[in-house]
Design a protein around this ligand. Structure first.
Ligand code: AVI
Length: 320
C-alpha cells in the first residue's frame, strides 16, 4: 500500500556513495541550503562550462588566453621547460595544450573530477603530442590529495588556470594551495590564473549571460543531484540567480524555487518556500596584492605577475 501511495519512493535510487549522499543531504537540509560547486560538473556540466567559456560576456577565458598570447615567452622563461606539468581541473585540457609549444613539458598530468570527459580529452591530445608522456588522473581536489608515483617527482609545476581558485573561499584556497605546495618538488612551482575585482555590471553579466548558458549550467546541477542522491528535483521549478556580492568580493550563484515545493530523495526530504534558494557556487575576485598575500600564506614565493590592459585578470607564477 505504501508503495502504491508513493510510487516514486520505490524508484528513488542514489548513485553516489554513502558519504556523497550524506554530504549533499546535509547541505540541502541546512537552514540556508547549499551544495558544493563540484556537483556542477557531470559530463553535461563540463560541456556547458566549455560553452560558457565561448560567451562574449564570460571574459575570464579569453582575457587569460590573451595574457598567455602576449606574455607567453616571458612566462615560459620563469616557469622553465622540461617540467612535469600538473593541470589542476584540466577539463578539456585546451589551456595547457596551447602552452605546450612554449613550456615543452616532459610529462603532462591532467587532473579532473569528471573522469569520462577527461579521458576523452586526453586520448585526443596524446595523438596530437605523442612525445609528451601523459598521465590522466580522475581526482577530487576538494579534499586532501597525494599524487601517485606515476607522476615524475622532479620539476613539478602546477597549472591552475581560469581562476578556479576563486571557487574556494579564501581560507579554503590557502589550505588547498598548501596541499599543492606539499605535492610540488623543491624546484617546482605554480602557474595560476586569478580573476580581479572589477565593475559589478561586468561581473553580473559574466555569470548571467543573455542566452542562458550559465543558467543551464547551474540548473543542470539539479539533474546531477537527482542522479547522485535519487532526488526528484523538477528543474522547471527552479531559476538561476547570480550577482556580485561586493562586501564578500565574490560572485554568488544560487538556484531559487519558483514556487513552494518539496524535494524528496532516498532517505530524506526538504520543503522550500517560494523564493528560497540553494547556494551553489561562489567565485571570489581578488586584487593583485590580495592574491599575492594569499600565495605567501600558503608558503609560495611570488615570482611574476602578468595582466591584460584593463587589469581584469592576472596570471601569476610562484615558486614552491
Ligand atoms: C570554473 N570556474 C572558475 C568558473 C567561475 O567563473 O567561477 C565556473 C563558472 N561558474 C559560472 N560561470 C562559470
Amino acid at each position: 500500500l505504501h508503495a502504491l501511495r508513493f510510487p516514486s519512493a520505490t524508484a528513488r535510487i542514489a548513485h553516489g556513495d554513502a558519504a556523497t549522499v550524506a554530504g549533499i543531504a546535509a547541505g540541502l537540509l541546512a537552514p540556508a541550503a547549499a551544495t558544493s560547486p563540484k556537483y556542477l560538473y557531470d559530463s553535461l556540466g563540463s560541456r556547458l562550462f566549455e560553452a560558457i567559456c565561448e560567451l562574449p560576456e564570460y571574459y575570464p577565458t579569453r582575457t587569460e588566453a590573451g595574457i598567455f598570447a602576449r606574455h607567453g615567452a616571458d612566462i615560459a622563461r620563469r616557469v622553465g621547460t622540461g617540467s612535469t606539468l600538473i593541470d589542476l581541473g584540466a577539463g578539456n585540457c585546451a589551456k595547457a595544450a596551447s602552452l605546450f609549444p612554449l613550456l615543452e613539458p616532459m610529462q603532462y598530468v591532467p587532473i579532473d573530477i569528471s573522469r569520462e570527459f577527461l579521458n576523452e580529452a586526453v586520448s585526443r591530445l596524446q595523438q596530437r603530442f605523442p612525445r609528451i608522456a601523459m598521465t590522466a588522473l580522475a581526482l577530487d581536489l576538494s579534499g586532501p590529495f597525494m599524487l601517485p608515483d606515476t607522476v615524475a617527482p622532479r620539476r613539478r609545476v602546477f597549472f591552475y588556470p581560469g581562476s578556479s581558485i576563486g571557487n574556494f573561499a579564501p581560507h579554503e584556497a590557502i589550505r588547498f594551495l598548501r596541499r599543492v605546495r606539499d605535492n610540488a618538488s623543491a624546484d617546482g612551482g605554480l602557474l595560476i590564473g586569478v580573476d580581479l575585482i572589477k565593475d559589478a555590471a561586468v561581473l553580473d553579466a559574466a555569470y548571467d549571460d543573455a542566452i542562458g548558458v550559465t543558467a543551464a549550467f547551474n540548473l543542470n546541477m539539479l539533474r546531477h543531484l537527482n542522479h547522485l542522491i535519487g532526488a526528484d528535483f523538477d528543474v522547471r521549478q527552479w531559476q538561476h540567480v547570480a550577482f556580485f556580492n561586493e562586501g564578500e568580493s565574490r560572485v554568488e550563484m544560487h538556484l531559487e524555487a519558483r514556487t513552494a515545493l518539496t524535494v524528496r530523495w532516498a532517505g530524506g526530504e526538504r520543503r522550500f518556500a517560494r523564493g528560497e534558494r540553494i547556494h551553489t557556487e561562489d567565485s571570489y575576485k581578488y586584487t593583485r596584492e590580495g592574491f599575492a598575500d594569499l600565495l605567501a600564506q600558503a608558503g609560495f614565493e611570488a615570482d611574476g605577475t602578468w595582466t591584460d590592459g584593463a587589469g581584469w585578470f592576472a596570471v601569476m607564477h610562484a615558486r614552491a
